[in-house]
Design a protein around this ligand. Structure first.
Ligand code: ZN
Length: 348
């Protein structure tokens, strides 16, 4: 369900500032009850020069920012406030807004959460990002493990900045290499292979070099081509990845390594819109294109040709992307930090 954008104007901005103040206060634990909320609402409304009364406007917000927000903030009051103020009821509805869509308010982007603490982008946001430290990269550097992070421009930030807990730069210049392969600047449906082969070439030589204890890479194809909704292009994108993953698998075999394959969400797995009964929706006599992320569970594959029964062959289920660091650390022979989410392996 898409919400109309808030109209530009001083009144709207004033209200936005008030909400930002209020929600930041809640996110930081300064407020805890609905009564506090009402009092603070009036106070911050006055402080920000707003009227203190809701205009009933609705905002269109970044779907991914909201999901990040929902998965990282557990404060019930904050969520309730969002639901009442902005008419949000669930992440699934927001998914229909598509990828990284943000609302423009007087030339500034608005998201639920600040997503770049270095450039303070976007200029308008409602919740401070959670502080993330002691990430896997930091632990592995402290443990002397050489690491490579590689992707093409489209997902380079995902294997570096986001992977490191919204942190710019390396933990250790001597132990880490980051490689960005420049993405093509053409519509994704016209280059569905993207830079997968180039990433694969670089990864295979990195594996063969024996230099790295851990290599993390991201193929952008499944997500970026998936967003186009062009079925034929998606077929090419996914077949490209089949070839690339096979090539990497052979390099892993030769090096005696382990490969973990997963994703943070689906996209190319679900290319048509469905109605509530699960039937494909039709549009002008054709299946209606789906251009947003799918909600299907994401598989996790641990390819371990040198498996010697160190863990049970069945992986744990029902876990999420946050289980990958502990999984990789266990495969590297470390005991993961106690406050990490459980890995997918049942270690013996
Ligand atoms: Zn996406």
């Amino acid at each position: 369900m898409r919400r109309p954008a808030i109209p530009p104007g001083e009144a709207a901005l004033a209200r936005l500032r008030r909400e930002a103040l209020m929600i930041n206060a809640i996110a930081q634990g300064m407020l805890s009850t609905t009564a506090d909320l009402a009092t603070q609402s009036a106070r911050t409304g006055a402080a920000a020069g707003g009227s203190g009364a809701s205009t009933g406007d609705r905002l269109t917000l970044s779907a991914e920012a909201l999901l990040t927000y929902q998965s990282s903030q557990t404060d019930k009051n904050t969520r309730n406030l969002w639901e009442s103020q902005f008419g949000l009821t669930s992440g699934t509805q927001m998914l229909e807004n598509g990828h990284r869509q943000v609302t423009t308010i007087e030339g500034s982007n608005l998201t639920v959460m600040e997503y770049d603490g270095d450039t303070h982008a976007p200029s308008h946001y409602l919740v401070n990002p959670p502080e993330i430290d002691r990430t896997m990269g930091e632990y592995l550097c402290a443990s002397g493990v050489r690491q490579l992070a590689i992707s093409e421009t489209q997902k380079f930030g995902h294997v570096t900045y986001f992977f490191n807990g919204n942190r710019s730069g390396k933990f250790n210049d001597k132990l880490e290499d980051y490689i960005e392969i420049r993405s093509d600047i053409v519509p994704f449906e016209q280059r569905p292979w993207m830079k997968a082969a180039e990433i694969t070439d670089a990864v295979i030589s990195a594996i063969a070099s024996g230099k790295y204890g851990m290599i993390r890479l991201n193929f952008a194809n499944g997500d970026m081509v998936g967003h186009t909704g062009v079925y034929q292009s998606v077929l090419v994108a996914v077949e490209t990845l089949d070839i690339c993953v096979r090539r990497i698998r052979e390099a892993v075999d030769a090096a005696g390594g382990v490969m973990v394959i997963t994703a943070d969400h689906g996209n190319s797995d679900d290319m048509y819109e469905h109605d509530k009964k699960g039937n494909v929706k039709m549009e002008d006599g054709r299946p209606a294109r789906k251009t947003s992320h799918s909600l299907n569970p994401v598989p996790c594959i641990v390819y371990d040709p040198g498996f010697k029964g160190e863990y049970t062959p069945e992986l744990k289920t029902g876990l999420g992307i946050s289980s990958i660091p502990a999984t990789c650390m266990e495969l590297l022979g470390f005991v993961p930090p106690a406050d990490y989410d459980s890995g997918v392996l049942n270690m013996k």
